[in-house]
Design a protein around this ligand. Sequence first.
Ligand code: GLA
Length: 361
Amino acid sequence: MSGPRRFRAPGRVNLIGEHTDYNLGFVLPIALDLATEVDTLPGSDNLLVIRSEDRDDPRSVSVDDLSSAKPAKHWSDYVIGVARELIVRGFRIEPLQMTIRSTVPVGSGLSSSAALEVSSALALLQGRELDRLEIARLCQHAEIDFVGVPCGIMDQFVSVFGVQDAALCLDCRSLEAKAVPLPKGVTVVAVNSMVKHQLGDSAYRTRVAECAEACRALGVESLRDATLETLGRTKMADKPFHRAWHVLTENDRVLRFVTAAEAGDLNEMGQLFIESHASMKSDYEISAAEIDYLVAEAVRLPGCYGARMTGGGFGGSTVNLVADEAVPAFETAIAASYQKAWGINPAIYRCRPGVGAGEIH
Ligand code: GLA
């Protein structure tokens, strides 16, 4: 095996299309310049050593025991889950020392998990060929089967396929993606609330189950095959109805947002952000008081076209569309106002769409 190597995979901010991916709908994420990097060195004693520069709890597993490893509720589960998926696809995992560092804040809604999974997949492959879509898929499966979160494919897909200076409109059924450059004059600003409410993962599972319940009532395999019209005339419990309503209207908002972006219509793009947030708050019920505060404050500030929560929910970050010249004042004002109301300093990022995962030479 060769000497030291370094692999990188980005986090993402989703512009619009939330909780639509596992319903085989549309999403519009951008890959960030915040990323996870994995340095590798040849290992010894048959061991896979997984260590993070940000934490002091490394884990070592014999490469022969990876197939039978059980989830340990430890951050390294993401790496082990990915290793197991590679083994299933016929790859031998070589003894390796992995050193991980990340600029994607954990719990921020900016997909630190996918960045860790995808960078680990590349590190474990050590340059061996595997179709890039298959890399995204196996990372998603690691999260579903080993970590236990029934996520969609958005985060892993954009971490692999991110393009410079454009968002990716992904059809989560066909897995076809098109690059959507954003109009000039506007900056995507992510504001991290620094809050992540604990119920996140279990509420995510409940939402997935409620959407499945709506599908059963509608007699369809996924909500992609439903329409507002069929939903309107189908009897079902209140919650699945509202979840499905969010998903169907959100899919429509993604497509309208793409059209607006292509036409350079910033006002329409901002309005769709605002509508998306309202739908996540009332129909999907995944927002949080801190996030609602950040959104309400943002849209009152000069130069802000729209704001919404991004990611799985219950905290994390908001994404804001802000006129370039208004960005510095926006950042100062939103930070001051959040600090005053909640006593928390938010972390703020200007998001430039960047490229997907790869080896760093
Ligand atoms: C998390 C999941 C994604 C997606 C979003 C919500 O980030 O990993 O698959 O479902 O939540 O849009």
